[in-house]
Ligand binder design. Structure first.
Ligand SMILES: [Fe+2]
Length: 246
């Protein structure tokens, strides 16, 4: 996608560590995983934006909690979610599956199924000069989602899929976990210069009260131990280790 004056993505911090992403183009907006509604409504009103769509990566309450109120406030909104989640995201009105291509705000958006965190988690990918991936709780900077419903193999395969995207893809995840993830990574690889440098960069951003996300795929592949894992066995060891760490 092209970032310019008319098109941008901004992040609203909510709850403990969630980030709601708002992709705006001209006077329209798309909201990704609205944990709660009021900060979204406030932002849209203040900026005279009309809500075109809500994208749902998965069913957890800190991702869909604000959607019902947004539907009441913007009755024509499209709510796009996995067809496999008609029960747990019952208010969806556009049901999608892996590989499906949608037109949203005149941009092509591809649905990529990334299983592991849940049994039906999806991501939304926008190709173009500056590719964008809304990844929900599958990949975090320095970490990856907990395996709550899927298998280690599914999560490993999901990360392998992400690694095939263009290296300049900007990845927008739903939680600000970066610092603690990098501290865990350093506990495994205490001498790793890439991870140390990234931690310094992240601490600086945090001290300036800036978000540490989005992050670029190429840099992430150098610092994220889950993306660096050479096989399922190594990935499984790391994920189990991280679950015990925090
Ligand atoms: Fe989640």
């Amino acid at each position: 996608m092209d970032f310019n004056k008319a098109q941008k993505i901004i992040g609203l911090r909510v709850l403990k560590d969630n980030v709601i992403w708002i992709w705006q183009k001209n006077d329209s907006a798309v909201v990704i995983d609205p944990a709660i509604s009021q900060p979204v409504i406030n932002y849209l009103s203040k900026n005279n934006l009309h809500l075109n769509s809500v994208l749902q990566t998965h069913h957890h309450s800190d991702h869909i909690g604000g959607t019902k109120t947004l539907i009441q406030k913007y009755p024509t909104v499209k709510v796009i979610a996995s067809i496999k989640e008609k029960d747990r995201i019952p208010f969806q009105n556009i049901s999608v599956k892996d590989g499906e291509k949608l037109n949203i705000l005149d941009e092509e958006v591809e649905v990529i199924e990334v299983l592991g965190h849940t049994r039906s988690h999806i991501a939304f990918y926008l190709n173009g000069e500056n590719p964008v991936l809304f990844i929900g709780d599958t990949l975090f900077s320095g970490g990856c989602g907990k395996i709550l419903e899927g298998t280690y193999e599914q999560m490993y395969e999901s990360l392998e899929k992400i690694k095939l995207l263009p290296k300049n893809t900007s990845i927008y995840c739903a939680h600000e976990y970066t610092k603690s993830n990098l501290m865990w990574a350093l506990s495994i690889k205490p001498k790793d210069k890439n991870i140390k440098d990234k931690l310094l960069e992240v601490e600086k951003k945090i001290s300036l009260k800036e978000l540490t996300i989005p992050f670029k795929l190429d840099q992430e592949m150098r610092v994220n131990l889950f993306l660096r894992a050479k096989n399922l066995r190594e990935f499984t060891y790391l994920r189990a280790n991280k679950d015990l760490w925090a």
